[in-house]
Design a binder for this molecule. Structure first.
Ligand SMILES: [Zn+2]
Length: 256
């Protein structure tokens, strides 16, 4: 696949006024900002976040005007001007898949055999760097695309869960969904890091007092005993609070 292919698609949506509304809208959504606040799209996301944004925008976001994924819309509207080579490249990208992959086999400096955690399909990817510092059994999240005659990781996301992290709360939560989503993964990982940081400040003792069994608590809102539904931090004091599932359903969206 030739260099600059993806950035051409990004430019198509971000430069000029024709489609920039959607790009700004997606950016605001990704950064959880008001679209008016961020009207003059300024690219202040760190590089790793920007990569996730681009992946999510091109492959998962739906354009407001026609409900299509940006990469598909770009392909359909520019199809006639493509060279044969590019037509093949874009077709491959359209069929690419973002998922969680379990590493089944590693051939150093050559590639890896991966198993899709959503669907159990196996795929062999050509890879050099990633064959070092990972182990069989590790779970990675990434987009895989066919490139020329083989498959490759597109390197848009790089969290790794080792075997001993299989019970990681974020991984367990993400695997409950029907498919993987780069933005959701980013959102939950960020939330997890923020929570861990706040808990380090001394929140765990307070939480221990609220927990009854392993999965029940005395709810901070209704003060009754119930299954744990959510953990929230007081925005002023950073003090943690546990809520029962019934109370938590008022502010948590259980959409899986
Ligand atoms: Zn309650």
């Amino acid at each position: 696949m030739r260099k600059g292919l993806i950035s051409e698609v990004v430019d198509f949506f971000s430069v000029g006024n024709r489609y920039s509304y959607d790009f700004q809208r997606a950016f605001a959504k990704f950064c959880k900002k008001d679209i008016l606040y961020d009207k003059n799209f300024n690219n202040n996301l760190p590089d790793d976040q920007l990569k996730i944004f681009i992946d999510w925008f091109l492959f998962e976001y739906k354009l407001k005007m026609n409900n299509q994924r940006p990469i598909r819309f770009f392909y359909l509207t520019n199809y006639l001007s493509f060279s044969d080579e590019d037509r093949k490249n874009y077709k491959n990208l359209l069929r690419s898949k973002y998922s969680f992959w379990k590493i089944c086999k590693i051939d150093f400096d050559k590639g890896m055999e991966l198993e899709d955690m959503f669907g159990q399909k196996h795929i062999y990817v050509k890879e050099v760097l990633g064959t070092h510092g990972t182990a069989v059994g590790d779970i990675i999240n990434n987009r895989i695309s066919k490139i020329d005659d083989h498959y490759e990781l597109l390197g848009n996301n790089d969290w790794v869960w080792a075997k001993e992290d299989y019970d990681h709360p974020v991984l367990c939560e993400l695997l409950k969904y029907k498919k993987a989503d780069p933005k959701l993964t980013r959102d939950l990982m960020t939330q997890f890091f923020r929570t861990s940081k706040l808990m380090e400040k001394g929140g765990s003792e307070k939480i221990q007092q609220q927990i009854i069994n392993k999965d029940e608590c005395i709810c901070s809102l209704c003060h009754k005993q119930g299954v744990i539904g959510a953990l929230k931090f007081d925005p002023l004091t950073d003090e943690p609070h546990l809520y029962c599932k019934k109370c938590a359903s008022k502010f948590v969206n259980y959409n899986n």
